[in-house]
Every structure is written in C-alpha cells, then in structure tokens.
Design a binder for this molecule. Structure first.
Ligand SMILES: [Zn+2]
Length: 104
C-alpha cells in the first residue's frame, strides 16, 4: 500500500505541473478545436481531483494502520467488512457509513 501511495503522489506531482485550470482553453480558435481542448482539460482536472481524494484516503488508511485502527470504521467504530477492504483497501468507513456519507 505504501508503494501505491508513492505512485499516486508521483502522478499528482505530474498533474500539478500542468497549466492551471482553463489556461489551455484557446480563444480565437475554431470552435471545434476549442471544444475538444476544453473537454480534455476538464477531464484532466477531474482526474487530478480524483487522485487527490484517493491520496487522502490512502494517507488516512496509513494513519489508521499506525494507530492500530485499520479495518475499523472511523464513524461508527464497527469492523469494516473484509470484502470491502479487499475491494477498497483504503476504506476508513464501513459500507453503511460510506453509504450515508459519500466520499467528497
Ligand atoms: Zn461505520
């Protein structure tokens, strides 16, 4: 899991080197070109946001490992189902609590 975190942080660092949001949306170009660029830019921003959320989740999971609360729900304190941890090892909430408060 630490290797996964390092990989995500590396990808995040690369993402942050991209020009700031909106700067690549050209003016004075043909509408078709501008639209394509705008769409791909929005997609990249979306990926960066998802990576940040994933990195935050993994950091929290590593904290829980250090605290000895890994596999225990942050919200209700009940054990997180093994199947859920297998699918999503960075889970810090049980499925019931995750459903009640979806990830940001
Ligand atoms: Zn819970």
């Amino acid at each position: 899991m630490r290797a996964q975190l390092a990989e995500i942080e590396e990808r995040l660092a690369k993402m942050k080197k991209l020009p700031p949001k909106g700067s690549a949306i050209g003016f004075g170009k043909r509408v078709g070109d501008g639209t394509t660029e705008a769409v791909s830019r929005f997609t990249e921003v979306g990926i960066a946001n998802n990576l940040e959320i994933t990195a935050a989740r993994i950091e929290r999971a590593l904290e829980k490992l250090a605290e000895g609360t890994y596999g225990v729900c942050d919200t209700c304190g009940e054990p997180i189902a093994e199947g859920r941890l297998r699918v999503s090892p960075a889970s810090s909430n049980c499925i019931e609590c995750a459903r009640r408060q979806p990830a940001p």
